[in-house]
Design a protein. Structure first.
Length: 406
């Protein structure tokens, strides 16, 4: 236990902080859940006659970064001298940081502001030099564990890549992981998307622009550009800048792939949609009837200038899009000419709700498949985020992952 502020007659006030980096038992560096950490901290405070004034937590965020909402609130309290608590209490010190540099800076800040820190499982008193040194040793070990875990995972993925297996992460568009549990890290073509890929490569090789292909399939231009550069479609495995022979079947031939590479521009940075100058008045307010997904926006260039659209993010199954200006003008005109009473608005909302229910019922079987694919995509995205915060995805190997995170 670390005690910096001297005891007084009033009960000491504590702020509880808890953190985990990952979910699941596969990440052995995590030995507790957030509710468990909070409960143990509260018991400690109660036993010592203290008072919990606030509870903060950060979930699925690495201890190697300070960019955490809960931790930022604590730092803001300290830097602005508005902290109403006397001590911060954690289950273990590595719940605060796994970086030695961040730990030292934080402890010095606590000392400067006359605040204390308590670790439930590591009884350390910050008032003497030996205990202070012991605290820094704990921080060094936490950082060592984080770095060692990242190295071991990276070595394992290097070994998988050399065997021609696909590393953890979302499978490239056109592929899926083998349903055979013994071959789950081997890619197999996904028939429908594989045919789309063949058409994308073939059409582009014959002079069809990325914008036209984007309109045809309702796939973002940046994603199509990434697809056209992805060597996984040649039956290769790319990891950490190295290329290996994969165990999966190629979707695109070497001849077609090489022809496409000669045509592609060298600068393939994607245009950021939020950098467009057009003000999408209804962005965030529209949902598609196919699955209640929010409509997003994009623009294309034509003979008469630039065209702006709202479109469904369900790019493969739905393909719905509508002119942004036409829709916005229609909505504005309706609001100007037909001010509605409360009862009329309620009726329209209820009618729209019922219509949406009917539409969803007719698309229920397909919707279930889409929702399943969406959940799988979210799980794969979380795996990528886990590898990023643990230092597995670096500047050297980021190109390997860029095609799958668009």
């Amino acid at each position: 236990m670390v005690m910096i502020k001297p005891a007084n007659s009033k009960p000491e006030k504590y702020i509880v902080y808890a953190r985990i980096s990952e979910h699941g038992s596969g990440w052995k560096q995590e030995d507790s859940t957030i509710p468990m950490q909070i409960e143990l901290c509260k018991r400690y405070v109660e036993f010592h006659g203290g008072e919990v004034c606030n509870v903060l937590s950060d979930e699925l965020i690495s201890g190697g970064t300070i960019n955490r909402p809960g931790l930022k609130r604590i730092l803001d309290d300290l830097n602005s001298d508005t902290a109403e608590w006397d001590h911060i209490i954690v289950y273990k010190l590595d719940r605060l940081f796994r970086s030695l540099k961040h730990s030292i800076n934080f402890f010095e800040l606590l000392h400067e502001k006359s605040k204390g820190i308590v670790s439930v499982s590591e009884r350390i008193d910050f008032s003497n030099p030996m205990s202070k040194a012991a605290m820094y040793i704990f921080c060094v070990m936490a950082q060592l564990q984080r770095e060692d875990t990242a190295v071991r995972i990276k070595e394992k993925m290097n070994f998988m890549a050399k065997e021609g297996k696909y590393c953890p992460g979302k499978a490239p568009f056109g592929y899926q992981r083998s349903p055979d549990t013994d071959k789950k890290n081997i890619l197999v073509p996904k028939p429908r998307n594989a045919e789309i890929l063949k058409d994308l490569f073939g059409s582009y090789a014959n002079g069809v622009s990325v914008d036209k292909l984007s309109r045809k399939y309702q796939i973002a231009p940046s994603s199509i550009s990434s697809f056209l550069r992805n060597r996984h479609y040649l039956g290769k495995i790319i990891y950490s800048g190295e290329e290996y022979e994969g165990q999966h079947d190629a979707i695109i031939t070497e001849e077609v792939f090489d022809k496409v590479q000669k045509i592609l521009p060298n600068n393939h940075k994607a245009t950021r949609y939020n950098a467009q100058k057009y003000d999408y008045l209804l962005l965030g307010l529209l949902k598609c009837s196919c699955s209640s997904r929010a409509l997003t926006c994009y623009s294309t260039c034509g003979r008469n200038g630039k065209y702006f659209y709202y479109y469904c993010t369900n790019q493969i199954e739905c393909r719905y899009r509508i002119s942004a200006s036409k829709l916005e003008n229609a909505v504005l005109e309706l609001l100007r000419k037909a001010p509605l009473q409360k009862k009329e608005i309620q009726y329209l909302l209820e009618k729209a709700k019922q219509d949406n229910i009917e539409i969803v019922k007719t698309r229920a079987p397909e919707l279930k498949q889409v929702e399943k694919a969406y959940r799988e995509a979210l799980r794969e995205q979380k795996k990528i985020e886990k590898m990023f915060v643990n230092g597995i995805v670096t500047k050297e190997n980021k190109d390997h992952w860029s095609s799958y995170t668009n």
